[in-house]
Design a protein around this ligand. Sequence first.
Ligand SMILES: [Zn+2]
Length: 176
Amino acid sequence: MTQAFKFCPQCATPLAFITKAEDGGDKMRLRCPACDYTHWNNPVPVLAAVIEYEGQILLARNAAWPGKMYALITGFMEAGETPQDGIAREIAEETNLTTDALDLIGVYDFQRMNQIIIAYHAVCHGEVRLSPELVDYRLYAPQSVKCWPAGTGYALADWLKSRGHTPTFIEFPKQD
Ligand SMILES: [Zn+2]
């Protein structure tokens, strides 16, 4: 679940769930009882990449994940960058690879994390060196990689379909 703010970022008064009339009708949200601040809690965009490296798909494993989960490279956008610049930067930071080409796979819903996933296919080259956040990576042939039933897994499945492969899914027990 998303971490809710506890205090007003404008005046530090504890926030409360308050119902107010909005354009769409009455709506209860976290609001400040002292000033007019509303915590809108809009979904946050997250960038993700299906990395194609030497003809294979690179999936990486985060140090914080239990078990044997391998997934797409993801990251948040920085202010002042385009999504394309952002995902190329994340790929470089997390794998040391250089992105040669990017194309949008699609935009995916991830309500559990209050996120919207913007997924790209990235053709990359270079020498893989993982950031400390990542403990391992694996390369999979497109015809043998397995997808998982969550936002980024659907992006991988859609990319596989676009290349004429039939995606297969595994259970992916994410801890969040
Ligand atoms: Zn306030």
